[in-house]
Design a protein around this ligand. Structure first.
Ligand code: NAP
Ligand code: MG
Length: 523
């Protein structure tokens, strides 16, 4: 065991202090000077490999700006990456767990030093404002710190408890699985990307990481930090590329032992199905870990602190423009307080600033043209399904900049079966539902096929206890916002179509990437 202080989450930076705003802007200037236009190749067996075709990263808040690019892996690269990773695994799996953990601790230390740079890069690449970028980098550091400590619990023979039996020595050991693929989304390109590869790696596996196309530079930034911290060649193969090409190939390959995926329900279900098919030469059942979308609800009842509830709704709805799996996309309000809650919610949402991530606006542009089109289509669907209370337009520009700007939008009095009450929109478009009473509100909240996050604002103890048992979500919050899970504090993962409930940042998470062996010796 390495001597480390107990795990503690990183504190967040306070941007109400001008000095911190100045430091952030200095980091933006540095990143613009040093990283803008940078091109990141693939990394296979430690070798940086360029490709004829590139994937461009654009600034969603100013689409005329190319932030940089990555290489675009082909299926031949994927084959090479698999070859190299299996070779690397033969030695990596035998590394002492403490030595593996030290690499994560080292990477966390580097990321702490480069915290504002990582933030600034995400501001440019995916349009995060200062606080959204900062909490994400903090989460990335937390994942590295937390999984390093967790890994040490699993070392050695007898790591898990077994019952003593006369005349025998019995023990249970944890072993790594082999080579897996980690396929991640663009909305947490630092934290989720880092966590989804650090966990299997520290558990002794080798990983092929396929980042999302929209956030390849942030992913490359994280990979460079892990390499600087001493990760041996081949343990982490970096394969930016197109999901349907290289991602699909890796999912199908007979040589892929596990797949850890975070992304949309549709791609996740496809991967689940594809991974179930056994290919020629395949010796195992692929293990699949899926964390998917949500249609997350916050309930406000008549006993709630109304202003506190409105703050919770606002933060959950519009943080990073609603582009979080945990975002509050449904606000369910009990009839007797519906008007006062909804009026205050709309009034405060109308006061949110819209603009660039660099200008630290509350609401920035959404990530890409596909998202923009999807959100715009839901704004139109919403006009036929509910009462438009705010926004409703997608101007596609703001303050002289062309970007994927959509207005913060709220629809009231929406039927629980409406499409905008059931389908994930993944943008700043909020559906408000009127419930007859508390029980009806809970029924509405449970009426989608998702089950990721949810919340209740109430002062009624019995109702909170009922929700504790009956609200079908993986992460439930009372009297606060429903986003912002902290590693180790609120292990994160959803029920139903929201995923396999793997609980990232939780005490069982590393078990997803290990298999147990029970060994008995009779003397
Ligand atoms: P996405 O479109 O499903 O993409 C996720 C990843 O899958 C990307 O790297 C994508 O590559 C890749 N991919 C696409 N098609 C593939 C295929 N056929 N085979 C293998 N890989 C493929 O999701 P997204 O738009 O990036 O992220 C938003 C979604 O993620 C939302 O639904 C959100 O709720 C969910 N999410 C869930 C959690 C959670 O913890 N539950 C956390 C964050 C986000 P390309 O970039 O090349 O398309
Ligand atoms: Mg981008």
């Amino acid at each position: 065991m390495i001597k480390v202080e107990p795990y503690r989450p990183q504190p967040f930076i306070d941007f109400s202090l001008q000095a911190n705003v100045d430091a952030y802007q200095a980091a933006l200037a540095r990143v613009r000077a040093e990283l803008l236009g940078k091109h990141y190749p693939l990394i296979i067996d430690g070798e940086r490999i360029d490709t004829a075709e590139k994937l461009l990263s654009t600034n969603p808040c100013d689409t005329s700006e190319i932030v940089g690019s990555t290489a675009r892996a082909t299926t031949e690269h994927a084959q090479r990456a698999l070859d190299g990773a299996w070779t690397a695994w033969a030695t990596w799996k035998a590394w002492d767990v403490d030595a593996r953990a030290r690499i994560l601790l080292g990477a966390a230390a580097i990321l702490k030093r480069r915290r504002l740079e990582a933030c600034a890069l995400m501001t440019l690449e995916v349009g995060k404002n200062y606080a959204e970028a900062d909490v994400e980098v903090a989460e990335g550091i937390d994942f590295l710190e937390y999984y390093a400590r967790e890994a040490m619990k699993y070392g050695g023979f007898g790591a898990a408890d077994t019952t003593w039996y006369e005349g025998e020595e019995n023990g249970l050991m944890y072993l790594s699985l082999g080579v897996g693929v980690s396929i991640s989304p663009w909305n947490f390109p630092c934290a989720i990307f880092a966590g989804m590869l650090a966990a299997p790696i520290v558990a002794g596996n080798c990983v092929i990481a396929k980042p999302a196309e929209d956030s390849g530079m942030t992913a490359a930034f994280v990979v460079d930090i892990l390499i600087e911290a001493g990760l041996p060649a081949g343990v982490l193969q970096f394969l930016p590329g197109v999901g349907e090409e290289v991602g699909e190939y890796l999912v199908q390959s007979a040589r892929t032992r596990f797949i850890t995926f975070t992304g949309s329900r549709s791609v996740g279900l496809h991967i689940n199905e594809a991974a179930a098919k056994v290919h020629k030469g395949q010796k195992w059942l692929k293990r699949v870990i899926l964390e998917l979308g949500g249609k997350d609800a916050l309930i406000v009842d008549e006993t709630a602190d109304i202003q506190g509830a409105v703050t919770a709704a606002l933060q959950g709805a519009f943080g990073f423009n609603g582009q979080k799996c945990s975002a509050m996309s449904r606000l369910v309000v009990v009839n007797s307080v519906y008007d006062s809650v909804v009026d205050a919610f709309v009034e405060r949402a109308a006061a949110l600033t819209v603009g660039t991530g660099e200008a630290n606006a509350n609401v920035t542009a959404v990530v890409n043209a596909e998202s923009f089109d999807k959100i715009r289509a839901y704004q139109e669907i919403g006009k036929g399904e509910g009462k438009l209370l705010l926004g409703g337009q997608a101007p596609g520009k703001h303050g002289g900049k062309t970007g994927h700007y959509v207005q913060p939008t709220i629809f009231g009095d929406v039927d629980r079966h409406a499409r905008i009450a059931q389908e994930e929109i993944f943008g700043p478009v909020i559906t408000v539902l009127r419930a007859r009473d508390w029980q009806d509100a809970l029924d509405i909240a449970n009426s989608t096929e998702y089950g990721l996050t949810g919340g209740v604002c109430s002062r009624d103890r019995a109702r909170l206890e009922q929700a504790r048992n009956e609200f079908e979500v993986g992460n439930l919050y009372f009297n606060r916002k429903i986003t912002g899970a902290i590693v180790g504090v609120q292990p994160f993962g959803g029920y139903n179509m929201s995923g396999t409930d793997s609980k990232a940042g939780g005490p069982e998470y590393l078990g997803n990437f290990m298999q147990m062996k029970a060994v008995t010796e009779r003397f």
